[in-house]
Design a protein around this ligand. Structure first.
Ligand code: AMP
Length: 133
């Protein structure tokens, strides 16, 4: 059964087959297998796939399977799911980056967010400088 919900105040989010989804959301389509991605780790709650435009030797996106627009909305709606996203990021970093990594959640377009399905950028595989601007 399909019903409308509004986690985090996003009225367009729907529950379909037990999963929160949003229409025309690129990362919901990757989670559903409708758009190809190079998946490197996954579990019941979250998926990790390589960024199409990597900025470091390791650059993987970790996303919850459920749709939440950004990390603040996810933290408010489902803190355990946010923890699952962080732990999957750590699993990827253990596999690919010696367990050391930067985890970046761009939040809002002015901060560089371009896809409004929360995702953590797992960045590593090299010594990282600090230049957020
Ligand atoms: P942000 O700008 O923080 O919203 O990050 C979105 C990220 O998604 C960017 O780093 C893009 O390179 C990446 N991206 C966009 N489309 C895809 C895709 N189809 N598969 C993998 N990564 C993607």
């Amino acid at each position: 059964m399909t019903s409308t919900t509004s986690p985090g105040g996003d009225g367009s989010t729907r529950r379909e087959a037990g999963r929160l989804t949003a229409p025309d959301c690129l990362f919901c389509r990757i989670v559903a297998g409708e758009v190809p991605a190079t998946v490197v780790a996954e579990n019941e709650a979250a998926l990790a796939f390589r960024d199409l435009d990597p900025r470091a030797p390791v650059h993987v996106l970790v996303v919850p399977r459920d749709h939440h627009a950004d990390v603040v909305q996810l933290a408010a709606a489902d803190p355990a799911l946010l923890a699952a996203v962080v732990l999957l990021g750590d699993e990827v970093a253990e596999q690919e980056s010696g367990g050391q990594f930067r985890l970046v959640f761009n939040t809002g377009s002015e901060a560089g967010q371009s896809v409004f399905h929360v995702h953590g950028h797992v960045i590593g595989g090299t010594r990282l400088g600090w230049s957020p601007a």
